[in-house]
Design a protein around this ligand. Structure first.
Ligand code: IMP
Ligand code: MG
Length: 369
C-alpha cells in the first residue's frame, strides 16, 4: 500500500506487467509502420516513463520528442485554453505517434488534435498506455491502447496525485474505502471479551460481528445461507468455511460505511484467517490487529466458578469442565496467535484488573495502530 498526501493507494499493475504491455505496444506499432521512421511525441509530464521504456523497446529507428500542454496563466479554469510548449520541429509529411500515459475524458487529446491540424503531418496516430473507456467522451480514434482500466484514479509510472507518485515504478489504484480499524478479538472463556467488545464498539465506532450471533440470526430468519448452514449442522457436520465467510461478507456489506469491525468468534483456523484476509482485501481493507485478552488460568477458573454461582450455566459450575474449556481455547487459538504474530499484528493485553484498567490497556494498543 502507498500513501500520497491524504489518500491510500493499493497495488494495481506491477512493473513486470507494465514492461510486457509497453513491449507489446512497441511491437504492434513497429509492425504497422514498416520501414517508416516515426516521430514519437510524448505529452509531458505524465508520459516520461512510458515514452522512455517504449522507445527502448521499439525495434527500429525512430525519433522521439516531448511537448507539454499548459494552461494560459490568468485565465479562469472554466474557459481554460491550452497552450503548447516544445514543438519546434517541422513535422510536414511525417508519421507522428502521440504517446500518452493515460486518456481519461479525452480533453487533452482534443487539444492535441487541434494543435496538429496545422502541422501537415502524413498521419497522426494515438497510442496510450492506459485508457478509461467509461470516462472518455470524445470520438477520436485510439490506435493503440496498452490497457483499458476502470474509471478509478491511478498513480505511479509517471502518473501523479497532486505532484506525488510519478516516481513509483509500478501503478497503484486509489482505495475507495478509506482507512478502517478491523480487529479480531480473542480471549479465553471468562476473560471479559463481551464486556470489552461493547466498550470498544462504542469508543471507536466499530461494528461488532459475533459469528455466533450471525449464525443464529441467519438460521432464525431462514436466509439462504442460514438454511445452508443448518443443513450441515443437522447432519452433525461442520459448516464449511465458505458458508461462514459468505455470511460475514453480508454483514460487512450491510455496514459499508462502518469505521471498522470487531470480529468475535472468527477466525478459528488458519484457513479461516486467510479467508478473512481475502474478504477484507476485496473491501480494499485489512485486519489491523488480533487483540487478545491474556488472563492466567487460575484467575479464569475462579472467575467462571463465581459466575456459575449466579448465572446458572452448567458449564460454569464444574471446575473440570472449565479447565477443559480453557485448554481447548489455547489448543485452538495458538495457531492464530502465530498467524497474526508473523504479520506483527498480535497484541496481547493483560486481562487481569478492573474493567476500566483493562479498557485503558486495550485502547492504548488500538490507538497505536
Ligand atoms: P484527459 O481527461 O483525457 O484530458 O486526461 C487529462 C489528464 O488527467 C491526463 O493527462 C493525466 O495527467 C490526468 N489523469 C487522468 N486520469 C488520471 C489518473 O487516474 N491518475 C493520474 N492522472 C490522471
Ligand atoms: Mg498526461
Amino acid at each position: 500500500m502507498v500513501k500520497l498526501h491524504d489518500l491510500y493507494f493499493k497495488p494495481f499493475v506491477s512493473e513486470q506487467k507494465l514492461d510486457a504491455i509497453v513491449e507489446k505496444m512497441a511491437n504492434d506499432v513497429a509492425a504497422d509502420l514498416g520501414d517508416e521512421v516515426p516521430v514519437f511525441i510524448g505529452i509531458l509530464n505524465g508520459s516520461f516513463m512510458v515514452v522512455s521504456d517504449f522507445v527502448k523497446k521499439y525495434p527500429k529507428p525512430c525519433e522521439v520528442t516531448f511537448i507539454k500542454l499548459a494552461s494560459y496563466e490568468g485565465v479562469k479554469s472554466t474557459e481554460d485554453i491550452q497552450r503548447l510548449i516544445g514543438l519546434t520541429q517541422d513535422l510536414t509529411g511525417r508519421t507522428v505517434v502521440i504517446l500518452e500515459d493515460i486518456i481519461d475524458t479525452g480533453n487533452t487529446l482534443e487539444e492535441v488534435h487541434r494543435i496538429f491540424k496545422n502541422e501537415n503531418v502524413k498521419q497522426l496516430l494515438i497510442a496510450t498506455l492506459f485508457y478509461k473507456p467509461e470516462a472518455y467522451n470524445k470520438d477520436f480514434k485510439l490506435h493503440y491502447v496498452g490497457m483499458e482500466i476502470p474509471n478509478k484514479f491511478i498513480v505511479g509510472y509517471g502518473l501523479d496525485y497532486d505532484g506525488l507518485g510519478r516516481d513509483l515504478p509500478a501503478v497503484y489504484q486509489l482505495k475507495t474505502t478509506q482507512h478502517m480499524t478491523n480487529l479480531v478479538l480473542f480471549g479465553p472463556p471468562g476473560a471479559g471479551k463481551g464486556t470489552q467488545a461493547d466498550f470498544l464498539k462504542e469508543k471507536y465506532d466499530l461494528v461488532h460481528i459475533s459469528t455466533g450471533d450471525v449464525f443464529r440470526f441467519n438460521i432464525k430468519n431462514k436466509t439462504a445461507l442460514g438454511m445452508l448452514a443448518k443443513s450441515f449442522i443437522d447432519k452433525g457436520e461442520l459448516v464449511p468455511d465458505q458458508v461462514t465467510i459468505d455470511m460475514l461478507n453480508k454483514e460487512v456489506e450491510k455496514n459499508a460505511d462502518a469505521k471498522g469491525f470487531i470480529f468475535d468468534g472468527f477466525p478459528r483456523t488458519n484457513a479461516q484467517a486467510k479467508a478473512l484476509d481475502e474478504l477484507m482485501e476485496n473491501k480494499d481493507s485489512q485486519i489491523n490487529a488480533m487483540v487478545a485478552l491474556e488472563v492466567d488460568d487460575e484467575v479464569l477458573v475462579q472467575r467462571l466458578l463465581k459466575r456459575g454461582e449466579t448465572s446458572g450455566r452448567a458449564d460454569d459450575a464444574d471446575e473440570g469442565i472449565i479447565r477443559n474449556r480453557i485448554k481447548e481455547y489455547y489448543k485452538k487459538t495458538a495457531i492464530l496467535k502465530d498467524y497474526y504474530a508473523e504479520q506483527n499484528k498480535y497484541y496481547g493485553v493483560d486481562g487481569v484488573g478492573s474493567i476500566e484498567d483493562i479498557t485503558v490497556r486495550l485502547s492504548a494498543a488500538i490507538d497505536k495502530l
